[in-house]
Design a protein around this ligand. Structure first.
Ligand SMILES: *[C@@H]1O[C@H](CO)[C@@H](O)[C@H](O)[C@H]1NC(C)=O
Ligand SMILES: *[C@@H]1O[C@H](CO)[C@@H](O)[C@H](O)[C@H]1NC(C)=O
Length: 331
């Protein structure tokens, strides 16, 4: 009984009865000035670079974790957005330190914003914003607890993704439609459901599915490996259980644990920024949810119409009441 309940819970969003589908249009004007391919780092020798090669990086001298760093100049006065998982009762003053094509920068002040939707858990999705100092071709960033960069030898560095490009450059996207699936966990192994949904997405014009993977069952692993080799699926390793005690539920007072729902809000935020330069549209939903257009052949033509009708809108939220295991939203 308990097992079945857990299985059912697995792909539920944290809001139980009402599912929220969010379509983010990544073509907002401000996001047009970046490119995703990091520049080749030729002369890194003088930065003591210990690159983070994982999607969760403990931050030296703190209780926090870093996930990824993105160029983001949409907010005036900031250049970099670092997505992290911060312990809410241990927020301290931090400083950004950059590797500027080979040499260390001076540090710059940091603005930490802990997301307010932490549902009472000790850890929360957090955005860290800071500025690149002048005359710095920043390739990597890390955070320090001191304003001087003397003790940086143990520091793990994050590559900066979504590089700035010249404003005139016409934006072309490699993908039309990306679906973000937040954390796969608990040896989930429903191969038929995944195959059905992935093929349905494909028919509807989705050309990339990003899946954050904590653990999956043996058959599902095999299926997802095939889809990644073929290019439809991008797997992001998400070993959150190695660092924290992630919760199976969404509310601390009810479910306990360190972080809401295996870090769902962190992975979905990361997926949006990860996709910003690659994909025209980004859709956040679960594997048991499919948005089914009925006036259009595919999701892109539906979104193109919606965008034409609402040219200033950056994201659409679709509400539906859940009645069945398979949820279909009809437009
Ligand atoms: C990541 O880095 C650690 C230590 O630097 C190393 O032991 C590990 O093998 C690396 N993992 C991968 C997947 O490269
Ligand atoms: C998912 O993560 C587990 C645990 O790290 C790993 O063993 C498995 O190969 C991953 N699956 C895929 C398809 O990448």
């Amino acid at each position: 009984m308990e097992k079945t309940r857990q299985l059912k819970l697995k792909f539920f969003l944290f809001i139980n009865a009402i599912f929220i589908f969010i379509i983010i249009i990544t073509t907002v004007r401000t996001s047009r000035s970046y490119r995703s391919i990091p520049p080749p780092c030729g002369a890194l020798d003088t930065c003591p670079l210990q690159l983070s090669n994982q999607s969760i990086t403990p931050l030296e001298n703190t209780k926090h974790f870093l996930v990824s760093a993105y160029m983001d100049q949409r907010v005036k006065g900031f250049d970099i957005r670092i997505i992290g998982i911060f312990r809410r009762d241990s927020i301290q003053t931090l400083y950004c330190l950059f590797c500027c094509s080979g040499h260390l920068s001076t540090t710059t002040p940091v603005t930490v914003s802990v997301h307010s939707d932490h549902f009472g858990f000790p850890f929360s999705a957090t955005d860290v914003m800071c500025q690149i100092p002048p005359n710095c071709e920043a390739t990597h960033v890390t955070l320090l607890t001191q304003p001087d960069s003397v003790e940086v030898s143990n520091q793990r560095w994050l590559p900066i993704k979504n590089k700035e490009t010249s404003k005139e450059e016409e934006k072309t996207f490699q993908f039309d439609f990306t679906v973000c699936i937040s954390t796969l966990f608990g040896e989930y192994n429903n191969v038929l459901q995944f195959a059905q949904t992935l093929e349905m997405y494909r028919l509807l014009g989705v050309d990339r599915v990003v899946i954050y993977n904590t653990s999956a069952g043996p058959e599902l692993n095999r299926l997802l490996k095939t889809y990644s080799e073929e290019g439809l699926v991008e797997m992001v390793e998400w070993p959150i259980h190695k660092y924290l005690n992630p919760s199976n539920g969404w509310l601390f007072s009810k479910h306990g644990g360190d972080l809401q729902y295996y870090g769902q809000l962190v992975t979905l935020n990361d997926c949006i920024y990860r996709s910003m330069d690659w994909s025209r549209y980004v859709l956040l939903n679960d594997i048991d949810e499919i948005i089914m257009p009925y006036q259009h052949d595919n999701l892109k033509s539906m979104m193109d119409m919606l965008q034409q009708q609402h040219p200033d809108v950056g994201y659409f939220v679709h509400l539906t009441i859940l009645h069945f295991t398979q949820t279909y939203v009809i437009f």
